[in-house]
Ligand binder design. Sequence first.
Ligand code: 6MZ
Length: 402
Amino acid sequence: MESLHRFCKHLPKIELHAHLNGSIRESTLVELARERSVSLPAKLLQHEAEHHDADRDALFFNTKPRSLEECFEIFSYIPKCVDDVAALKRITREVLEDFANDNVVYLELRTGPKVLLMDHCAPEMGSCSKKQYLQTILSIMSLFENQEKDRHNHDMSSSTEKLVRLPMTPRLIVSVDRSGTVEQAQENINLAIQMVALYPDHVVGVELGGNPTRNDFRRFEPLFQKARDHGLLISIHCGEVPSATDEFDTSDTTLKKAYEEASAVLQFRPDRLGHALLLPNDLMNKLMQQPIPIECCPTSNVMTLELALHHGGNLIGGLKMHPQLQKWIERKYPFSINTDDSGIFCTNLTKEYLLVAKVFGLHENDLADIAIRAVDHIFDKPKRDALIDLMANRIEKLKNQS
Ligand code: 6MZ
């Protein structure tokens, strides 16, 4: 493994934008589908075999069909496979393990609560409510957090390894799907308010995601205001689809609506923004004056915008075309690097850091800086100082080793 890759792997990282069901391991999805006789679409399983021989480069190639539209078609198959409590427990545990093994020290996992079967083999056992869905995830998170602490203490006392893996702290964000109804959104927000009262240390926020071509943030705004009034922090996906260039550009009603929506999102001033990659210049300039931290998901952006298509699936070529990232890096805009849907985009946080480093010529110090600055954006504010100490310490050790 080259030394920058090794550095990215061992760098303690913060993940702030990961959708639970989108982070499912592909192998698990295939297994769950087989058990349930669900036939998955061919595009989900298309592999970039032609690049696997060039091992080093294979890291940066993704020829899978993953346009925005294709992603949402794939997402529609996941609930058919993750349809009962056992499957939910399995994917939650695996996703936590995958992030922890990638040296993520703090993870905010987001998911939209769903009604599942208790057991897909015994439908007569009835269903698991949305509240039970969240409680199932929270109980796995809490168990995992304790196991991580124990494992770390044990390894510290028994291992001679200098870079014993640090423990990961997982937290939960409750999602609202913008393609659903206002009533469904209300149900999720009310549930999030209930859950933060019951599990104040583990439920940290709410978010708006889902197919960006459906509906509009403004329909849901009063609900997010209510969540804010109850102390929940808020992240809103925005700028995932093209918009008019400014408020006077009236060329197309869809573009105009996208502009007005993005403008309303910024005016609401969420605590973080998801993606924000196609924001028009005037809105981006306003943000530069009064920044809101942005959750950037490099591979996801390249794939959904189809930027790699013209480069034979080369993510490096694709990321060079990213509409914003270069500017954010140069101007030290507050952004974090994230995976979005590691299972759908075949990625992990190590790959994302390495990709950004390769494309924008960043060095170890720059990457460490990005990772540490992301701590300022976490929703579990009381964890901030301890995390910074933990990360700074580890980064110092890492640098001494290289
Ligand atoms: C918007 C996205 C997304 O909630 O079932 N989701 N929403 N933009 C994206 N960028 C590609 N990626 C994922 O996780 C899966 C759900 O997260 C949202 C979609 O609504 C998707 O169905 P959960 O755990």
